[in-house]
Write a protein that binds this ligand. Structure first.
Ligand code: FES
Ligand code: MG
Length: 568
């Protein structure tokens, strides 16, 4: 049998082996755990500043039980944690930094396989990207969603109801006191956002790609069955090491296509696009924005906020992802999973217990719900829109632009009584792309101007180079590429220009003639960068555009070589 990777650290009988073992023994590990058994790294993004991942210490204990039971040796290690709701300017700025942390930690330490413990939005893709670039056997256990939010006896959803409540306050329909009261009821247990936001979307796609055990996506964070799942995952990773079953065996083009199909069916986050593109870049799968079109005819099956009305707890009790995958079975591509079986093994025998929560393929919540890719002279490299969260009538329109040059411009002016906008105006926001903000924040779902909110307007077309929260909704065109700060045509739009949007034709056109655009381009200068040192400078200098997943250019690909040089 091939010498285990960890034996290059702990199996040596020289000075280096002494050093590697002796210092580990200060934790009370006996001699025999270094006998060549698989050493399993538990890569933990637990943090009190990432409340969504605050249950991961407990789950790590569950994983350890399973690893010991299967004859492995578990070692838990921390990596950077990204608290979506707590970090400024945006957690997305640091996704690639987490990926670097994960990648270098896995590579530098003497482990044979990895369990990724993540959950909050950027932690799942950041960990997967890093792990994929080393390509040791890897499996995911997610935080799991919070219990349903409750307010005045009704269910309320993370994020989605924040946007609704804050518009209601601005419209004078909700008091500030009620608004404050809703805070505590919204987040009443450990776990990630319990809407189908980015965290639950990514957990669902991880399950659809076969990178976790079945049911990982929806089991509530505090459900005892999640602890059992962690235990079973610990057992499974030890077997995966013996089978040498690596991310590169699982994350094939077919797996990404299955993720895209699943994203449509669950009404998943637009953020999945940048994360899947970035992950594909790590494993060398040729995935482009155009590939997301395979999801556009897939109906919305999961009736969860923001596209529907239920929450993740309901989704779990209705049967969770195995039911969704089963409904999609005639569309799913054959693909190997962490079980070393086809994806069909993840939904065999799945039963739906509530058809109002998970609809059947033939009786969907909405037909043709997948993300649409838009292109045209306003977005030569593409932009996206999520029809399931949009107003149908706004998806085919032409209107006049009102332009905000920056987020500060928007915040200072959006509530002005004399803002020259009508419900037909197209709001445009610049400077919120990867380089511009920097980090591509979730500000694309701009608030509706106060004077229109008061008239009852709740949706308008909004276009930007930003992202939006997976919990948000509206007719919001996002990820315009190239971004304004990189000199994309978005930088040239002026208030009063006409813009044409057609989701059905996949078009996004700025109706200004070429000569005028050339004159504007000649006069355009990028803004001064917001950061001139440190990681943020590295990010600004090297970040790829949204259509490439906003990874750093030098992180694309992988390096699976064993590090042989010792430190002493
Ligand atoms: Fe962490 Fe939503 S903010 S999952
Ligand atoms: Mg988010």
């Amino acid at each position: 049998m091939k010498k285990r990777r960890s034996q290059h650290w702990y199996g040596k009988l020289d000075k280096d082996g002494f050093i590697h073992r002796s210092w580990m023994k200060n934790q009370g590990f006996p001699d025999h755990v270094f006998d060549g058994r698989p050493i399993i790294g538990i890569c933990n993004t637990w943090s009190e500043l990432t409340p969504c991942n605050s249950g991961l210490r407990d789950l790590a204990e569950g994983v350890k039980r399973g690893v010991w039971e299967a004859g492995g040796f578990p070692v838990e290690f921390p990596v950077m944690s990204l608290g979506e709701t707590q970090m400024k300017p945006t957690a997305m700025l640091f996704r690639n930094l987490l990926a670097m942390d994960v990648e270098e930690s896995i590579r530098a330490y003497g482990i044979d396989g990895v369990v990724l413990l993540g959950g909050c939005d950027k932690t799942t893709p950041g960990q997967l990207m890093g792990a994929a670039s080393v390509d040791l056997p890897t499996i995911v256990v997610s935080s799991g969603p919070m219990l349903n939010g409750k307010y005045r006896g009704k269910d309320i959803g993370s994020g989605t109801d924040v946007w609704k409540f804050s518009e209601a306050v601005r419209a004078g329909e909700m008091t500030l006191q009620d608004f404050m009261n809703a805070e505590s009821g919204m987040s009443r247990s450990k776990g990630v956002c319990m809407t189908m936001g980015t965290a639950s979307t990514m957990a669902s796609l991880v399950e659809a790609m076969g990178m976790s055990l079945p049911t990982n996506a929806a089991l509530p964070a505090v459900d005892a069955r999640r602890m059992a799942l962690a235990h079973m995952t610990g057992k499974r990773i030890v077997e995966m090491v013996d089978e040498d079953l690596k991310p590169s065996d699982i994350l094939t083009k077919a797996a990404f296509e299955n993720a895209i199909l699943a994203n449509a069916a669950v009404g998943g986050s637009t953020n999945a696009v940048v994360h899947l593109l970035a992950l594909a870049g790590r494993v060398g799968v040729d995935l482009t924005l155009q590939d997301f079109e395979i999801g556009s005819d897939i109906p919305l099956l999961v009736n969860c906020m923001p596209s529907g009305k239920y929450l993740m707890e309901d989704f779990c009790y209705a049967g969770g992802m195995p039911v969704v995958l089963s409904e999609l079975k005639s569309h799913l591509r054959p693909a190997r999973t962490v079980l070393n079986k086809d994806i069909s093994a993840h939904y065999e025998g799945a039963e739906c217990f509530d058809r109002d929560v998970i609809h059947s393929f033939d009786d969907p919540v909405k037909p043709a719900a997948g993300l649409r890719v838009l292109r045209g002279n306003l977005a030569p490299n593409g932009a996206i829109v999520k029809p399931s969260a949009a107003t149908d009538s706004l998806l085919e329109t032409e209107g006049e632009a009102y332009v905000f040059d920056s987020i500060e411009d928007l915040k200072a002016n959006i509530d002005r009584d004399d803002l020259p906008v009508t419900p037909e105006t197209i709001l445009v926001l610049k400077g919120c792309g990867p380089k511009g903000y920097p980090g591509m924040p979730e500000v694309g779902n701009m608030p509706i101007p106060a004077k229109l909110v008061k008239q009852g307007v709740r949706d308008m077309i909004r276009i930007s180079d930003a992202r939006m929260s997976g919990t948000a909704f509206g007719t919001v065109i996002l990820h315009v590429s190239p971004e304004a700060q990189a000199g994309g045509p978005l930088a040239l739009v002026k208030t009063g220009d006409r813009i044409r949007v057609s989701a059905s034709k996949g078009a996004l056109e700025l109706l200004v003639d070429e000569q005028e655009l050339a004159a504007r381009r000649a006069a355009w200068r990028p803004d001064d960068p917001h950061f001139t040192r440190g990681y943020a400078k590295l990010y600004i200098d090297h970040v790829l555009q949204a259509d490439r997943g906003a990874d750093l250019d030098f992180l694309v690909g992988k390096d699976t070589r064993l590090v042989t040089r010792e430190s002493h």
